[in-house]
Design a binder for this molecule. Structure first.
Ligand code: ADP
Length: 459
């Protein structure tokens, strides 16, 4: 300010002095007046420059001036720089925030007070079929037209979530979405979407499972209590009593088998997969399978029925890393299934085989009734049966293949099923090479060097 006053006075003095030299006192006054006008015009020009720059300020093109206007321009420039820096920082914070919401597994839609979409992440776009760019400023009610959401949106009661079918939901592959609106700010809404297909499926499976277990237990229980009532109320002769008790024992055994299978499944689900410290010999596993299969076959097809022909390949030196009890349960389930479903006179072949990629396959092939292709993908589901009455009649629980599949997966393996109706089935478990040990150095793809086949049919 002082500088400005000094330059103004100095300017007047100089122009006044020049005027005085030129024309005495009058010249001095005219000179000073001209100096003041010039100073005023220069001042006006500099002020104008600053105003013009301030109309569209850019810190890089700030005018460079001296004096008061120069300082004003400099301060404006610094303020502008600070503001730009703040804007950049809040912009980058906003981007980081949006990137975090973008990465969320849940869908997020921000709605303004009128229900217009202000922003949505990719997940919400995929869930609701929105285009994150094109659908900005569109009414959410016009874009999500599911009646469940429409009623919820119009109802103004957002304290609970609603579920509706996803956009890509198909009868074969249902997709279920959960949506909830959260009011915030002044009339604004946050719409959160979640894919709850897996949870809904798990809930449905749990409900089915409980219903199935109850049903499976109720049937033998009803029969048992019927027999108990009969024994209590009727005077039966000894032969009849023995027959009734035998029937009761069968039902009790059925319930016991079911409970045992359920416990096996829950153990499989509740324990970590077996490691590599325990080794189960294939010879022992085969021997146990063979023993059970022959006993069952003899029981199911007593003379004079034509017997089943059972063939077991025995592999010396082969061992699998894993839990022997689990492996035994899985393999015997496959073998006993073959015995149960193959009619008298049929043939069952149980083999170990090394595959070209070093894996080992345990297979059970039978000449039974076979299974239609539409059942194959669901066979290992709990309680899934092709023929319910046949499974029950043969003492099945509907859990055998579920156990086999679970055990296979826990050992890094895979349950494979191939079947042709009318010709027979082949169930196998393929174990990874990492779980296989052989005493001799075998080349993958080779046949086992000393496969002994024990084929015996009951006389
Ligand atoms: P189940 O106790 O009823 O045998 P599983 O889980 O062991 O239950 O098998 C599921 C279904 O698969 C059986 O009900 C049966 O319909 C079919 N199945 C299993 N093994 C065979 C087989 N070897 N031949 C024909 N059908 C089979």
């Amino acid at each position: 300010m002082l500088y400005r006053l000094v330059t103004f006075v100095f300017g007047l003095l100089v122009t006044g002095l020049a005027g005085w030299l030129f024309d005495g006192m009058v010249g001095a006054m005219v000179g000073a007046a001209l100096g003041a006008i010039f100073w005023f015009l220069m001042d006006l020009r500099r002020g104008n420059r600053l105003i013009r720059w301030l109309r569209d300020p850019d810190a890089r093109t700030a005018p460079t001036m001296f004096g008061l206007w120069g300082e004003a321009a400099d301060r404006c420039r610094r303020l502008l720089r600070a503001r730009e820096q703040q804007v950049l920082e809040s912009e980058s914070r906003l981007q980081a925030f949006l990137a975090a919401i973008q990465a969320s597994p849940n869908g997020v839609v921000i709605l303004d007070g009128q229900g217009l979409i202000e922003w949505c992440n990719q997940t919400a776009a995929a869930h609701l079929g929105l285009d994150p760019q094109r659908d900005l400023r569109q009414q959410i009610g016009n874009l999500v037209r599911d009646p469940v959401f429409a009623a919820y949106y119009a109802g103004n009661d957002y304290g609970h979530e609603v579920t509706m079918a996803g956009r890509d939901s198909r009868p074969q592959r249902p997709v279920e979405l959960s949506l909830q609106l959260h009011p915030y700010g002044e009339g604004r809404l946050l719409l959160l979407t979640r894919d709850v297909t897996a949870t809904a499926l798990a809930d449905a499976m749990r409900r089915d499972f409980v219903a199935n277990v109850s049903h499976e237990i109720r049937t033998p229980l009803t029969v048992l209590s019927g027999f108990v009532e009969t024994l209590q109320s009727l005077h039966l002769d000894e032969a009849e009593r023995v027959r009734y008790l035998a029937l009761m024992a069968t039902q009790a055994e059925r319930m016991q088998t079911l409970v045992n299978d359920l416990l096996t499944l829950s153990r499989l689900e509740g324990t970590p997969p077996p490691g590599f410290s325990e080794w189960a010999s294939a010879r022992d596993l085969s021997a146990q399978c063979e023993e059970e299969a022959r006993a069952l076959s003899a029981m199911r097809h007593p003379a004079p029925e034509s017997p089943q022909r059972l063939g077991f390949s025995v592999v010396p030196g082969l061992a699998l890393a894993g839990a022997a009890s689990e492996l035994r349960s899985a393999l015997t389930n496959l073998v006993t299934n073959a015995v149960r479903y193959t009619p008298a006179g049929g043939r069952i072949d149980v083999e170990w085989q090394r595959l070209p990629d070093g894996k080992v396959e345990f297979s059970v092939a039978d000449t039974g009734p076979g299974i239609a292709p539409e059942h194959l993908p669901r066979l290992s589901e709990r309680f899934y049966r092709v023929d319910r009455s046949r499974s029950r009649e043969s003492g099945g629980t509907g859990l055998g293949l579920a156990i086999a599949k679970h055990v296979a997966q826990r050992h890094g393996g895979e349950l494979r099923i191939a079947s042709t109706p009318g010709q027979g089935s082949r169930f196998s478990i393929v174990f990874p090479a990492s779980r296989v040990r052989t005493d001799d150095a075998m080349v993958p793809g080779d046949a086992w060097p000393a496969t002994e086949t024990a084929e015996r049919s009951r006389p």
